[in-house]
Ligand binder design. Structure first.
Ligand code: ARG
Length: 563
């Protein structure tokens, strides 16, 4: 039970004639200062029933409650301040971590049901953008979070592998491309061809007609067109995979947009049968004015389907395939209208499960305050950023810990971790400016700082030759350890909140605060001193190590034992 619940219970036992348990819970506050205790109860709302000034009520309430569970309960003005019994809480919390280890904080609300997470989803033949990196790492972390609370995540890379641009690419490749150039540097070369196409098409509009014709061939299953398309897709995917390997992100499915080519007809038929399709200048749309949304364009006048048509088919496919409890789309904020339309059309079709679909948006990464674009010159290449971070980490390790055996591996874990943590530590909707120096800063509120604190705990435990199995007494009652205990105690709630809000930053912040509290504790306590609390102190160090490692895992980072 958490502290609020313990306090709410004793108050409810005394005040149940006047207040409900929920009312009491809602009134409880968390004091800003430690000298006001751990939980505070303001009595103002009792003034009416008691017909007295709040200052007089507080002592009366105090006289009625069972205070045995607390170190003390103090009246300050109109407040009752509850001080938890530190030894009791620490022994309960530390014993629980000792027993459950990295499963501490696990929950079962997911009931093993599946949750598809649409994440990363870059576009073939284009560089993976910073936005796709954000989607990848946020989605990956949400996967771990959902798993922690009992769901089964299904990570889906909904590749942008279909659309009229492939007609253009085929034309450009046949006119100006070579196999060798594409194989050597696939995405850069395909991007160059694409950009060339647009430049040349301004003077030679007939290129556009050719592109349309090639896309039509592709849609009709022409072998030459399909072979080229497949090859572009494979070559691009190889490059994306390099980045996924660095990040150690794994997908359960690479079913991209093209996968739904043969699954859209069913959706279009359903829309027709429900009389939801309207003609608009030859195109077919679903009117969404009832939802205050622009109409959804389902089919163009030339019969071509669109992004949303494929997403409709994908949503239905996922419901049938995974019988999902929720279906999540980790996609930039700028697509929020698209997802509103998507849900609205499904709702019009009578699919109640559309309520379980959630767009999980995130903010932009900017540079010098400006939006990054994939246009030439402004691309930050992800692989470069990651490799640079690894290089910086390697240099730091070589300097600080030259005898470390697996330096290369640790440098990768720290360098990549720095980039990932930097992305996840702020509320996902915040925009943030990207500077490499900032990302690979190893002090302050960073991934390496958390990793370093974990390694410090491990070395301490190692030095003490500590085994958690032998600890019998987990009582700690000093102020310094209490600040750490509270972050351990609140962990199950922190996990729950992060999973419910789809917000990895809740975990990142917990990791930072726990690491800071621990480092402060460590600086002020003689952990290894031989006395009767030594085991309990080491159990605290152990619990911190377990939780920091688990926090990092939930964010998609490693926690090396040494660094
Ligand atoms: N490929 C798209 C883009 O880069 C993102 C796809 C997101 N997922 C989806 N099911 N629409 O903008």
């Amino acid at each position: 039970m958490n502290n609020q619940a313990i306090v709410a219970k004793v108050l409810f036992d005394a005040l149940n004639e006047h207040l409900t348990y929920e009312q009491i819970e809602n009134l409880l506050e968390k004091p800003k200062h430690a000298d006001h205790g751990d939980v505070a109860f303001p009595v103002f709302s009792l003034a009416k029933v008691f017909r007295k000034a709040p200052q007089q009520i507080a002592p009366e309430v105090l006289a009625q409650i069972d205070t045995t569970a607390f170190e003390k309960v103090e009246v300050v003005g109109a407040y009752l301040n509850f001080f938890m019994d530190k030894a009791k809480v620490s022994s309960q919390v530390l014993a629980q971590v000792a027993k459950e280890k990295n499963h501490y904080g696990d929950q079962t609300i997911g009931e093993n049901r599946q949750v598809p997470i649409d994440m990363s989803s870059p576009n073939i033949a284009k560089p993976m953008s910073m936005g796709h990196l954000r989607s990848t790492v946020i989605g990956n972390s949400i996967g771990f979070l959902l798993e922690k609370v009992g769901y089964k995540p299904v990570r889906i890379n909904h590749l942008g592998d279909w659309g009229t641009q492939f007609g253009k690419l085929i034309v450009a490749y046949k006119l100006w491309g070579t196999k060798e150039a594409v194989e050597q540097d696939p995405i850069a070369e395909l991007l160059r061809l694409y950009v060339d196409f647009h430049e040349k098409a301004e003077e030679q509009p007939e290129l556009e007609d050719q592109a349309r014709a090639w896309f039509k061939k592709l849609e009709d299953g022409d072998e030459e067109a399909l072979d080229l398309w497949r090859w572009f897709r494979e070559e691009s995917l190889k490059e994306f995979t390099d980045i996924y390997d660095l990040l150690e992100v794994k997908f359960d499915s690479y079913n991209g947009e093209a996968f739904y080519n043969d699954k859209m007809a069913e959706i279009v038929t359903m829309l027709e049968e429900k009389h939801l399709l309207k003609e608009d200048k030859g195109a077919e749309i679903v009117d969404l004015s009832a939802y205050d949304l622009n109409p959804a364009l389902i089919r163009k006048s030339d019969g071509a389907t669109l992004y949303i048509t494929r997403d409709l088919a994908a949503a239905l496919y996922r419901k049938r395939t995974y019988d999902f409890a929720q279906s999540i789309y980790v996609v930039g904020n700028e697509q929020s209208n698209h997802f509103k339309q998507l849900k609205a059309v499904l709702k019009e079709l009578g699919f109640d499960w559309s309520e379980d679909m959630h767009h999980v948006p995130f903010g932009l990464i900017t540079q010098g305050g400006k939006k990054l674009s994939t246009r030439k010159g402004k691309i930050i290449l992800l692989a470069d950023v990651l490799n640079e971070a690894i290089g910086l980490a390697a240099a730091q390790i070589a300097e600080k810990n030259p005898t470390l055996p697996n330096q290369e591996e640790v440098a990768r874990q720290v360098g990549v971790g720095a980039v990932v943590f930097h992305d996840l530590k702020n509320d996902r909707l915040n925009n943030f400016d990207f500077t490499l120096e900032e990302v690979v800063r190893f002090e302050g509120e960073t991934g390496p700082y958390v990793q370093y604190t974990h390694a410090r705990c491990m070395s301490l435990l190692n030095k003490a030759d500590f085994s958690i199995e032998q600890v019998t007494n987990f009582d700690l009652n000093d102020e310094a350890s209490w600040e750490v205990i509270k972050f351990i105690q609140s962990y199950p709630e922190v996990v729950m909140q992060a999973a419910k809000l789809y917000e990895p930053s809740v975990i990142a912040k917990h990791a930072i605060k726990l690491a800071q509290a621990f480092n402060k504790y460590y600086a002020n306590s003689k952990v290894l001193q031989e006395d009767d609390q030594r085991d309990a102190r080491l159990a605290l160090v152990y619990a911190v190590a377990v939780l920091l490692k688990e926090d990092l895992r939930l964010l998609g980072l490693h926690a090396p034992d040494q660094m």
